[in-house]
Design a protein around this ligand. Structure first.
Ligand code: ASP
Length: 323
């Protein structure tokens, strides 16, 4: 039988025949590298206080899940961070609406989208994961659930964000493309002393977005994905682009096939760049970690970095970029 015909008959393509053994080899090598467990935490941007909090939890023996939750809460509380939690910039109608998700090492996840009046959406996301049969709650239902769980109602619109929104309203120029300075979503990944991986992601989303808009950050697979056998990834930047390519899931799957975290982040950015000729006008950045504790980061525009903390201390690591 001719080779082509044989492949067709067997339901295989030439690519499958050639790449499968290579992938398997890479995968085995990646697993082999997984020797000593090294607790560590990394998060998007230079959020060194959040990173330090996360490390404090890990270094005192806490779980990766507690570390990422408590770490990102630092940014949710920081009123000067106008992209996360209380103090976040509102939508075009002046409403602050928050998105967050969390994922544990057993593959459980919880998410809240379009949540209003609650300062710590990541805690509500964790409650969704742990206290409900669901993975995601939205809007009024999420808010009601938060009150039932004992969260307090708070006004999230700070005087500064309100004043800026009022100034913006004068021209009301709706720019769905995020300015490259305007994206400080925190996505955090951690490995604890047991080698378990967890992640969290929280944001107020794009400033002056349309009412009802939800980005990638609370979408499992887009803004965050964890597979405890392989690693984790999280994103920042224009959520629409990350959702269209299911970026974080893609990175974890590429690592499963043997790519390093760095190679996988690069490939995820390349997919976006290939599909969108406007890529020079927006930012997307990914960070990733594999089970062996190797990290990677890549973005479209220069200027993205990530904060890393392990037993040797803290570092702000600049990410390489496509441009
Ligand atoms: N990814 C966030 C969103 O699209 C925003 C950002 O990180 O800039 O809502």
């Amino acid at each position: 039988m001719q080779r082509r015909k044989f492949l067709q008959a067997a339901g295989l393509s030439a690519t499958a025949i050639v790449t499968q053994p290579l992938l398997a080899k890479e995968h085995k090598r990646a697993l082999k590298r997984n020797v000593a467990i090294k607790p560590l935490t990394l998060c998007t941007w230079n959020f060194h206080r959040a990173s330090a909090k996360s490390w404090e939890v890990l270094s005192s023996g806490g779980t990766a899940l507690d570390a990422v939750e408590q770490g990102v809460m630092v940014e949710e509380s920081d009123l000067s961070n106008q992209t996360v939690g209380k103090g976040g910039r509102p939508d075009r109608d002046g409403e602050v609406t928050l998105d967050a998700c969390i994922m544990d090492s057993n593959g459980n996840c919880g998410s809240v989208v379009y949540l209003q009046n609650i300062a710590h959406p990541i805690q509500v996301a964790r409650k969704v994961m742990e206290e409900t049969p669901h993975a995601m709650l939205a809007g009024k239902g999420a808010e009601q659930f938060a009150y039932e769980m004992g969260f307090k109602r708070e006004n999230l619109l700070t005087p500064q964000s309100k004043a800026e929104w009022e100034a913006w309203k004068i021209t009301s120029q709706y720019k769905p493309i995020i300015n490259i300075e305007n994206h400080d979503t925190i996505g955090m990944l951690a490995i604890d002393k047991n080698g378990d991986i967890a992640g969290a992601c929280t944001t107020s989303g794009m400033a002056y977005k349309m009412a009802g808009r939800v980005g990638d950050s609370p979408i499992i697979g887009a803004g965050l994905f964890i597979d405890n056998e392989i690693g984790g990834a999280t994103a920042t930047g224009v959520g629409e682009e990350v959702m269209k390519t299911v970026g974080s899931f893609l990175i974890v799957e590429l690592m499963r096939q043997g790519m390093s975290p760095q190679e996988a982040c690069e490939e995820a950015v390349n997919r976006i760049v290939k599909k969108n000729p406007e890529y020079a006008n927006f930012q997307v950045g990914f960070i990733a970690v594999n089970k062996a504790g190797e990290t990677g980061a890549y973005c479209i525009q220069p200027g993205f970095s990530y904060s890393y903390y392990d037993q040797n201390g803290q570092e702000n690591r600049p990410a390489s970029s496509h441009l």
